[in-house]
Design a protein around this ligand. Structure first.
Ligand code: NI
Length: 286
């Protein structure tokens, strides 16, 4: 879902920038190419000791994590908001927000099925209520479900109590449908402040934003979306797209081409939990 006016978009963009939402492309945090090669090679050579099955119970992907990557992830997971995985990680996570709907979601699931890709879907409770069967299908086809609130409000404008209700209602309906407690959370518009972050972290969630914004909801063509991904993707990238809303034909058109490009670049396509080396859902005791 989107903000209705450019004025508000501008305001939020400025806000997000001030929160450090955007990352400079020449970030000093990025390792040099030569370091990357060494680490990647090391990861492959050490498969016997670092190989393990994904914590995602449904994904068939095997994920290899080098020591450098594991170390970086420990620090990264302490951050209030996560924008991407490790710089040492030749992995990318596809994410889809605002669904499930009945139309775009079906088209996206079909492509992901044909391409054998698992993705992460940040759902709103109100859409789950509308299309519970689609939620089940997403889950049963091996994708991971995250919480994107019940009604897609800007959380910084809500009281603590109202925020808790937005999260709890969505958790409840998702748990009722698939029997899992959500672990990953994405705030609508990516908008948070220190109060919101603290509240959500205390509830045991990882706050997941993104490093590549396809702006697909603006009605971007498939070619435009593909171009954005090609230009902006980097190691550990989290790509933002949508699976509910108007004007998402570009999302559907771009998806097979994006997957093909990313694979040619040797990126492994993983779910967000795999990217961060965390369980996809909370343990039953939590
Ligand atoms: Ni959204």
């Amino acid at each position: 879902m989107r903000l209705q006016t450019f004025a508000r978009v501008g305001m939020i963009s400025a806000f997000l920038f001030s929160m450090g939402c955007t990352e400079p492309s020449d970030s000093t945090h990025s390792p040099k190419q030569s370091e990357l090669k060494v680490e990647h090679k090391k990861g492959v050579n050490q498969q016997a000791t670092t190989q393990y099955q994904s914590k995602s119970s449904l994904s068939k992907e095997f994920v290899y994590i080098s020591e450098a990557e594991r170390k970086e992830l420990v620090d990264l997971k302490k951050q209030p908001i996560i924008y991407k995985g490790s710089n040492y990680s030749k992995k990318v996570a596809l994410t889809f927000d605002d669904g499930p709907d009945i139309d775009v979601t079906k088209k996206i699931l079909k492509i992901l099925r044909e391409e054998h890709v698992s993705a992460t879907f940040f759902v709103t409770g109100r859409m789950v209520k509308e299309y519970p069967e689609m939620l089940k299908q997403i889950y049963e086809e091996g994708h991971v479900i995250g919480n994107h609130t019940w009604s897609h409000p800007q959380l910084t404008k809500l009281s603590d109590q109202a925020i808790e209700k937005e999260l709890q209602r969505t958790n409840q309906i998702v748990e009722n449908e698939i029997g899992k407690k959500i672990h990953l959370f994405r705030p609508p518009y990516g908008a948070t402040n220190l109060r919101v972050q603290k509240l959500i972290k205390e509830k045991g969630y990882y706050i997941i934003n993104w490093s590549v914004d396809t702006n697909d909801w603006r009605g971007n063509s498939g070619t435009t979306i593909e171009g954005i991904v090609k230009k902006q993707v980097s190691n550990g990238g989290i790509i933002l797209q949508h699976n509910a809303g108007n004007n998402l034909q570009g999302t559907v058109d771009a998806l097979p081409k994006m997957i093909s490009f990313l694979r040619k670049q040797n990126y492994q396509l993983v779910t967000v939990d795999q990217l961060l080396d965390v369980p996809p859902y909370k343990e039953p005791t939590q």
